[in-house]
Design a protein around this ligand. Structure first.
Ligand code: GLY
Length: 373
């Protein structure tokens, strides 16, 4: 069964198709958006090896030809150099203003190809075909595109909405469990930020979902996309509410930076630990009952996901160092770090007046627990 979620924005509304078997139907589903029977696919080597033949066949079934640029996988591709390479390639291929760039991969490819589409000939259309859970529930939806800077992640970019998103749930079957669970952290985030009933559903269904149940996966991805679509429709440019989607990310980004964006800590693992810390901070500030952080941690534990700084291998900076890394966050306004805090499960809000001393004490306690005995 294929679910369709609409992202409604003035003059740039689009649909997100979610379900199994969508690569085979890619041509038929994308044809309404094409001015000619040709697309420009940007992908990476791992995804290309596993799934490119199926995508090309799906496009070919509708008579659509494709040119393909295959990049190196990994965060390092979100750079000026690879952006330049991508834009040059699109120009060499004579991609026209009315053409479509097809981003086929996870968050790195979606962000990079989307940004290339945003600046090519002052903006061409693009389609997201996300291949990871993280991209299907978050990065492929909502129009944030960009690359990393020397000073931090995603600091260079543009809002550029795709014209369509195809989230083929079958893509998730080939993900290593660690990558799947990293994406699952973003799924949990939606329950925690705005829907207690969804979090309860995840507590019950999470293990079966992780074990591969396609119907449950489809429902979970559709639910997250529907929540994100509603938030983006109200606050596309993150003047307010959209910042809730960064629950767990202020801590998570600092931990990713501290671990060098390496295999030591995947993005979603940072988000999982970050969500646990955000609820712990909320409890310390008297905003929510102790039951809330305990429940967050219990679900992460049930799923075999990290929730403590203790679980990060190797040395970490001290609390002051971690706070310094948070200061590079895009949500910093006038030097003040924004935190997403919660009054309970499903009831998050943006706080701009958190006392840095409280954050420092929380981090000191968490790091002390992480010290070898
Ligand atoms: N990933 C957060 C957002 O799209 O706003």
């Amino acid at each position: 069964m294929v679910e369709r979620i609409a992202v409604t924005l003035p003059g740039r509304s689009y649909g997100i198709d979610i379900g199994p078997g969508l690569l085979a139907e890619a041509g038929a589903r994308l044809q309404p958006h094409l001015a000619r029977d040709r697309v420009f696919i940007v992908t990476e080597t791992h995804v290309a090896a596993r799934h490119l033949t199926a995508l090309m066949a799906g496009l070919g079934r509708a008579g659509i030809a494709a040119e393909v640029l295959t990049l190196d996988p990994g965060e390092a591709s979100k750079s000026w150099a690879v952006l330049g390479q991508t834009v040059d390639w699109l120009l060499e291929q004579r991609a026209e203003r009315a053409d479509i760039v097809l981003a086929f991969g996870g968050g790195v490819i979606g962000d990079l190809a989307g940004f290339a589409a945003a600046i090519l000939r002052r903006g061409v259309g693009f389609v997201q075909v996300p291949t990871t859970l993280l991209a299907q529930v978050d990065s492929a939806v909502g129009g944030k595109t960009g690359i990393n800077a020397r000073h931090g992640k995603n600091l260079i970019g543009a809002f550029h909405q795709p014209v369509h998103v195809l989230a083929d749930i079958d893509m998730l079957a080939t993900l290593p469990r660690r990558d799947f669970l990293s994406g699952y952290a973003e799924v949990v985030k939606y329950g925690l930020l705005g829907d207690a009933a969804f979090f309860e559903w995840l507590e019950a269904k999470g293990p079966a979902l992780a074990d591969g149940d396609v119907a449950l996966r489809t429902r979970a991805v559709a639910k997250c996309c529907a929540m994100k679509a509603a938030i983006v429709a109200r606050d596309e440019r993150e003047a307010g509410e959209r910042a809730l989607l960064n629950l767990g990310h202020t801590f998570g980004h600092a931990l990713e930076a501290a671990t060098g964006y390496s295999e030591r800590l995947l993005h979603g693992e940072g988000v999982a630990i970050g969500c646990a810390l955000a609820f712990e901070l909320s409890q310390r500030l008297g905003l929510c009952a102790q039951e809330a952080p305990s429940r967050v941690r219990a679900h992460l534990a049930d799923m075999g996901m990290p929730r403590d700084l203790t679980e990060i291998r190797g040395a970490l900076p001290d609390a002051k160092g971690l706070l310094g890394l948070m200061g590079q966050d895009k949500k910093v306004v006038d030097g003040r770090i924004a935190f997403i805090l919660a009054r309970g499960i499903g009831d998050a809000f943006v706080a701009r007046d958190v006392d840095p001393a409280a954050v420092r004490q929380l981090l000191e306690a968490a790091l002390a627990a992480a010290e070898p005995a």
